[in-house]
Every structure is written in structure tokens, then in C-alpha cells.
Write a protein that binds this ligand. Structure first.
Ligand code: F1P
Length: 605
């Protein structure tokens, strides 16, 4: 996730760009930059750090601030570390552009450019777009045609705003990343979302996937994916700035659940291709021979990240044949863990600063163990410490209760499993790895299909004081995570248990006051055994909500999910559990994004 702003009109662009970027910092904040067009020249200033660092740099510069055309960007790095050189805008001698998204085929485009003797100078995928536009501009001598040609070559997700020295208009493109045009008399605004523009206008055009647009002061032309000129209707939005930042959602948590498809898509997009090949060579710098001969993987994490590890454990074991231990950070640091000969240590952390995860990582390093981390926040301690780090590309997670980070962590863990299987030449994994590409649309479908039912259920259940969550196989860690979500934000006591263990204790809790959430994939024998558990609960007057792709009359309600391969079901089955916790907390009137006693980054022991 990154934030984009653009302006073309009669006012000075700089102030509009900077205030817009500050509103968009929730989308990313590791580097920022602007380009201003004045007559036939473009000046660019960019820096690592936040928008305030950019403002300081601009104040210290002697840039001409009278420009009325400009673009700006606040970055959440995907390709290439946060640095001034990798920051946007990316420019050539003729053009400058900003981009949000991931160019999946940047490697092949780079090869194409090399054949034309054009080499990139940054580590980003975005520079490739700038170089392509520049290449075709030299060929066509027309910015619009050059832009069309370059965009036509891109695969992946992108929202792009580009300006050129010679031509007065700005070109835009959108595919799977948001881009909105703000309308006003004699001027046009552009941004990743309305929060950046709400103080200037309430009239917006939301570009659609495949759209390319040209804006020039108050004039706008839009072409659809078939290059046919189209008219897109404007929408009036009267939100406050705060509401706009949450994309119209009441809380960041709900917005972040709704973003899970995008977060997973960004995480997998350029790392896996349609044939199921996994590209992690650039990120996992650990020797391949070592990875081929691994005899154990030790995953250490806390909270939701710990449950992501637990969920992925059977998948890694199944596809790589390597034994996986998943350990809680706060325990691991006081445990003399018996590492095996070829042991890989993996730390998982959204924030990258969790002390109880960082310490075990340091300990593993000091013992000479090969270390890898899975982190969402760029350049955080847990990202910098290990031999290698793979970033989840979920964008900033603001709500304390982790949601989109969880599914993105799962996506990385699955890719690691398939990557190691690839190194070991295990054919079966390749067929399966491709299925990851279908996950984002299934997540989206699940959100749409279940949200209303879950809201109604939460309305019925929010007054209970205790909940039991049960699951078997891959659904067991999901039961744990579902219970954790409920605890964190609704303050209802919730226990997650392997369903088979119910008879060994927790069944004593069951009565009409303790409802049970049963998470059960239709795969046999798990499903029929979980249904037997439902019968046992029912005969003790317990209420049951079933989360499954298969309905049954035994329970009080089934939250019905799309069909999904058992191995990939966690990506879909976790969504209703997150939504249920959210709506229960909402009905209880809790402070959902900042629950009591909790912090987003737990940097103390
Ligand atoms: C771990 C964690 C989160 C939880 C809360 C407190 O954080 O337990 O899972 O939602 O934010 O911290 P991290 O190491 O994944 O950043």
C-alpha cells in the first residue's frame, strides 16, 4: 500500500500535495516525494522517512513552488528497501511518475528494456514503468500514446499518475489499486482515496480497473480497458476527513478485514507465477543447499503471529517433509531449545518490534542458527536482525487486533513451504502453489457473503460472557485465533480447543450460557467428528454456530463459506471469526481499534 496525490489546476500544487500525502500516511510512511511541473521542467524532491521529513527538505531547498501541476507519493515499500533513491516519484529526463501496487512482470519488462540498452538504477518495480513510458515517448513523441503503450505491457496491480516535461496534461492508470479523481471547477485532483481530497471537493469519480485517464486542469478524458473513451459518473461523498481515512468504515479493524484480499494479493502477486513457480531467491539469501537439507524449522512468534505459525505448520510439514516446531516467544526465550543440525529459525511479527519475538531471534543468531523473519513493518528490528526477511505486503495495520497481517503471514508461510518444496524438486507442491493465486478472490467473496449474517448473529450473541471455540486439524489453530480475537476486542472470555479434547475437560463448561463456535471444513473425517461434537453440545443445551462450507441442521446457525481446498481453507475460514469478534465488540460499545490494556507493538517483556 502506498498513497498517491496529484493536482492539475490554477492553484499552487505543492500545499495540496503535501496535505494530501499527510492524510494518506496511514497507507504507508517509509518514504515520500513530490514532482512539480513548471513550464517545460519537472523538479523532484524525495526522501526516506515521513511526509514531515519531506516538508523539511522542501523548505531547505530552493524549489520553485509556483507550479500548478504536480504529483506526490508516500511509500510502503514492496520492491526495494525504503531509501531516497527507491522513493517515488521515479523519473527520467522527460517524465516523472508515482505508483501504488505491484508490477508482476517487472522482471520480463526489465529484460526487454535491457535489450534497448536501458538499465534501471533503483531496486523498484516502479522505475520500470517510468523507463517504459520514457522509451515510448521518445518513439511516439506523444505522451498520451506513450503512456497507453507502456501501461498495456504491465501485469499486476497499479494506480499510476504521470507527468511529462513537454505536455501539460497528467496521465493516470488504474488496475486493482485504488485511484479516485476529485472534481472542481477548472481543476482536477487525484488520490488513492477521498481522504486526501475531502477538504477540496465532495465530487469524485472512482476509476475502474483497466481505466486510463487524462486530466488537464478541469478537463478529463477516460478510456476503459478496451481503450474506448467512456464517461464515468461522479459520486458525491460528504464524509468527514476522519471517516474518509477509514474508507467510510466505522473502524480500521473492519476496513482491514475488508482489505484482506488486497493484502494477500500484494503479498503473493510478484512472488508466484501462474505455473506455480515461487520467486523468493531475492529475499531468502540463505544458501539453497542448506535449505535443501533442512531437518527442522522452528517458528517463534506471539499472539496472532504465533497462530499464523501454528496454522501453517501442517502445510509446511506436508509439502516439505520437514518437522516444524511452533513456539511462543515469551516461553522460548527462557528455554534451552535443542536445535537440530540443519535448523532454520523463523520469527513472525506484524510490528517487527515485539520484544518476546526479538529476543529469541537474537538468541538463535548468537548460536549460529540460520534465521529468517516474516514482518509487516519495514526496517523494524525483527526485519533487520535475521539473515533474511520476507515482508508481508499488507500495508499499515492500524487496529490493534491483527487481521490482515494474519492472512498475509499465512500467505508468506505457504510460499516458504512451496519454495522449499521447489528447491527439493517435489512436484506435488507446484500444482498446489498455483492455488494461492485464487485466494484473494475467495477472501473477497467470503467477506461479501458472510458479513450481514455475522452482524445479525453478533446481535443475538453479544451479551454472553463465555464462548468456546472448537476446531480439528487445520481448523484448530483457527479456533484459537478466533477466540483470541473475541477476547481482545469484546472482552468476552473465550477458549479455543481442539474439538477432540472437548470430552477431556471443557465439556464441563457447556450449558445454555456458553455458546460454541465450531470451525469445521467438510473434509472427512474431521467434519463428521466435529458434527458428533455438535451433537454432544446440543444435548447439553449449548448453542452452536458452525463455520463451514457445508451446512447442517444440527447446529443453531451455519455461517456458510465458499468451497475451498482443505489445505487453503484457513485464508477463508478465519474471515467470519474476525468479523464475528468485530460485530460483537461493536454491539457491546467497545473501543474496537484500541482495546483496553493492549498495544499494537509490545516492545516490553
Ligand atoms: C503480536 C501481538 C498481536 C496482537 C497485538 C499484540 O504482535 O500479539 O498479534 O494483535 O497487537 O501483539 P506482532 O509481533 O505480530 O507485531
Amino acid at each position: 500500500m502506498c498513497g498517491i496525490v496529484g493536482y492539475s489546476g490554477d492553484k499552487k500544487a505543492l500545499g495540496i500535495l503535501l496535505s494530501g500525502l499527510q492524510s494518506l500516511e496511514y497507507r504507508g510512511y517509509d518514504s515520500a516525494g513530490i514532482s512539480l511541473k513548471n513550464n517545460n521542467d519537472i523538479k523532484t524532491i524525495k526522501t526516506k522517512g515521513k511526509v514531515t521529513d519531506l516538508i523539511t527538505l522542501i523548505a531547505e531547498s530552493n524549489i520553485d513552488t509556483s507550479a500548478t501541476i504536480g504529483i506526490g507519493h508516500t511509500r510502503w515499500a514492496t520492491h526495494g528497501a525504503p531509501s531516497s533513491i527507491n522513493a517515488h516519484p521515479h523519473y527520467t529526463e522527460n517524465i516523472s511518475l508515482v505508483h501504488n501496487g505491484i508490477i508482476e512482470n517487472y522482471r520480463s519488462l526489465e529484460k526487454f528494456l535491457i535489450t534497448k540498452n536501458i538499465n534501471k538504477t533503483t531496486d523498484t518495480d516502479t522505475e520500470i514503468i517510468a523507463l517504459l513510458v520514457d522509451f515510448y515517448l521518445k518513439e511516439h513523441k506523444d505522451f498520451r500514446n506513450a503512456f497507453f503503450e507502456a501501461i498495456g505491457m504491465l501485469k499486476g496491480s497499479f494506480a499510476i499518475a504521470a507527468i511529462s516535461k513537454e505536455f501539460d496534461y497528467m496521465m493516470l492508470a488504474k488496475n486493482e489499486s485504488p485511484l479516485v479523481i476529485g472534481l472542481s471547477k477548472n481543476e482536477t485532483y487525484v488520490a488513492s482515496d477521498v481522504s486526501a481530497l475531502i477538504e477540496y471537493t465532495h465530487d469524485f469519480i472512482f476509476l475502474e480497473d483497466g481505466d486510463i485517464a487524462l486530466i488537464n486542469k478541469g478537463n478529463i478524458a477516460i478510456w476503459d480497458k478496451d481503450k474506448k473513451e467512456v464517461k464515468r459518473n461522479a459520486t458525491k461523498i460528504e464524509w468527514s476527513k476522519e471517516k474518509a481515512q477509514k474508507g467510510g468504515y466505522k473502524h480500521f479493524m473492519l476496513k482491514e478485514i475488508a482489505e484482506e484480499d488486497e493484502a494477500v494479493r500484494n503479498t503473493i502477486q510478484s512472488r508466484i507465477d501462474e505455473d506455480g513457480n515461487v520467486f523468493l531467491d531475492d529475499e531468502i539469501t540463505i544458501d539453497k543447499e542448506f535449505l535443501k537439507n533442512l531437518d527442522r524449522i522452528t517458528i517463534v512468534a506471539c499472539g496472532t503471529s504465533f497462530y499464523a505459525g501454528l496454522t501453517a505448520k501442517p502445510i509446511i510439514e506436508k509439502y516439505t517433509g520437514i518437522k516444524v516446531d511452533v513456539e511462543i516467544g515469551s516461553e522460548f526465550r527462557y528455554y534451552d531449545y535443542p536445535y537440530s543440525k540443519n535448523n532454520l529459525f523463523i520469527a513472525i511479527s506484524q510490528s517487527g518490534e515485539t520484544a518476546d519475538t526479538k529476543e529469541p531471534l537474537k538468541m538463535a543468531k548468537s548460536k549460529g542458527i540460520k534465521t529468517l523473519s516474516i514482518v509487516n513493518v519495514k526496517e523494524s528490528a525483527i526485519a533487520r536482525l535475521p539473515d533474511s526477511c520476507i515482508y508481508t505486503l499488507a500495508g499499515p495495520e492500524i487496529s490493534v487486533a491483527s487481521t490482515k497481517a494474519f492472512t498475509s503471514q499465512l500467505a508468506v508461510l505457504y510460499m516458504i513451504a512451496f519454495y522449499i518444496a521447489q528447491i527439493k524438486n517435489y512436484g506435488a507442491a507446484k500444482k498446489q502453489s498455483r492455488k494461492l493465486l485464487e485466494i484473494p478472490s475467495l477472501i473477497k467473496k467470503t467477506f461479501g457473503q458472510t458479513q450481514e449474517t455475522i452482524k445479525q448473529l453478533a446481535d443475538q450473541y453479544y451479551n454472553y460472557q463465555n464462548f468456546l471455540y472448537l476446531g480439528r486439524g487445520i481448523c484448530y489453530p483457527l479456533a484459537l485465533e478466533g477466540a483470541l480475537k473475541l477476547k481482545e476486542i469484546s472482552y468476552i472470555h473465550a477458549e479455543g480447543y481442539p474439538a477432540g479434547e472437548m470430552k477431556h475437560g471443557p465439556i464441563a463448561l457447556i450449558d445454555e450460557n456458553t455458546p460454541t463456535m465450531v470451525v469445521a471444513h467438510p473434509k472427512e473425517p474431521f467434519y463428521s467428528k466435529s458434527l458428533s461434537n455438535c451433537e454432544e453440545i446440543k444435548s447439553r443445551h449449548g448453542k452452536i454456530i458452525l463455520v463451514s462450507s457445508k451446512k447442517t441442521d444440527i447446529v443453531d446457525c451455519t455461517i456458510e463459506l465458499p468451497d475451498i481446498d482443505y489445505d487453503f481453507s484457513p485464508f477463508v475460514y478465519i474471515i467470519p471469526l474476525q468479523l464475528f469478534a468485530y460485530y460483537v465488540a461493536l454491539f457491546r460499545g467497545n473501543d474496537i481499534d484500541q482495546p483496553r490494556n493492549l498495544a499494537k507493538s509490545v516492545t516490553v517483556e
